[in-house]
Design a binder for this molecule. Sequence first.
Ligand code: ADP
Ligand code: MG
Length: 448
Amino acid sequence: MPATFDRMWKKSLEKIYNSHYFNDQDFKSWISKTTLFKIENNIAYIAYKSSITKAIMEQQLSLFETTLQEEYGSPIKIHLIEQKEMEQMIPEVVVQQKTNILLENKFNPTYTFENFIEGNSNQEAYAACFAACNQISFPAFNPLMLYGNSGLGKTHLLHAVGNYLAAERPEAKVIYMYSGDFVSLLIEAMRAKSIHGNTVDQVKQQLLDCDYFLIDDIQNLQNSASQEVFFTVYNQLIQKNSQIIITSDIHPHDLNNLQNRLVSRFSSGLAINISKPGFETSKAILKKKLEGREDIISDDVLDYLALTFSNDVRNLEGRLNQLIFQSTLFNPEIIDMKFAMEHLGKEPIVEKRSELTIRSIKKAVSQFYGLSYSDIEGKSRLKQIMNARHICVYLSREMLHKPYMQIGQELGKRDHTTIQSSYNRACELIKKDKAFATAIDQIKEKLT
Ligand code: ADP
Ligand code: MG
């Protein structure tokens, strides 16, 4: 699906939404999930996932046709086709569609430069990312590589770059990818190689069309065929002066799974370590998190948390959330050391952080909502169940960095684009639905 078709269809749907022909629920649950995958001989092929969508759209087909016609510029007929049928017919179009969706950046709105606390441990990384956003002619350091243990703010900084560029330099094209998603996408592209052209090349071309290429957790780029593609994309991006920013959980020299030539390329740029934050920085992170609510917790508890849990900021935040949650249950006057000692020791649902898996996330979410696994894996569109599903996806990404494909497998064998939409939906809901955001915090607490 070329990006222009995608845009045309999105615009048409926007118009139809604004004309209020359909109720919000029908529109969001069904109509908005359709895609335009090709126009041939003035027939637009629209793919739908559920027969409900087909039934709703068929009643007003001429409305869709005239609206799309306005965008397209000449007469058009619509042919509705089931997504699965379409996928079998033209795998290369599907790959392109999936690439488009994957390249549609949704940055976590809370991961900004403003929300990032600087300290000795991360100052350099912060400054280099900020500088990379503001150089106009060519990158001073390319690639820029951030490495350090899990939970120390690497993903946060990549998203901060994305958020900053979207606000300050919207003309800059930014691609952000988890390396795990990059691998899944390429596996699919290789499978779809067809007589219509080389699908892998199509993906490559799409990846090359950017000014910033942000690739998260490069240590997951294990598969050698995907390394080959990455290597060519990487070289061409460097040549055309696109800024590349890479993160890794391990030191560049310990990236044993990557080909040597790839690793030696990385050393041509700037590699910066992020280490665990010191006491003051950890405390400032906690205070930032509390913003405006500092009086609910005594200062010595913050000192204690900052001293004890600074190895991993994710865990540090988790402990604070745990205490805040317990305080909503037990209503102490203030969270003091006595309260903290009593409640930090409480048995979490999952005993050890190392045991955290998609399954344990599913377990925590289903317990929280009082649902069964089959509710979560099933097809129900009840708000409560959909929210539970979104949270499973969101936490599997945020806490475990699992590729969409794998999350999809464990959530009722869903397609990876569905999982990505679900992740995006969760990001939106966090912003506007307080109950949803609180549910996430509470479940996360139980897990850490
Ligand atoms: P990594 O990618 O290095 O594993 P993340 O970027 O996912 O770590 O960070 C884990 C959590 O800690 C996120 O919620 C992030 O916002 C928070 N965090 C990490 N470092 C900082 C910091 N310096 N200031 C504020 N929040 C931070
Ligand atoms: Mg990360």
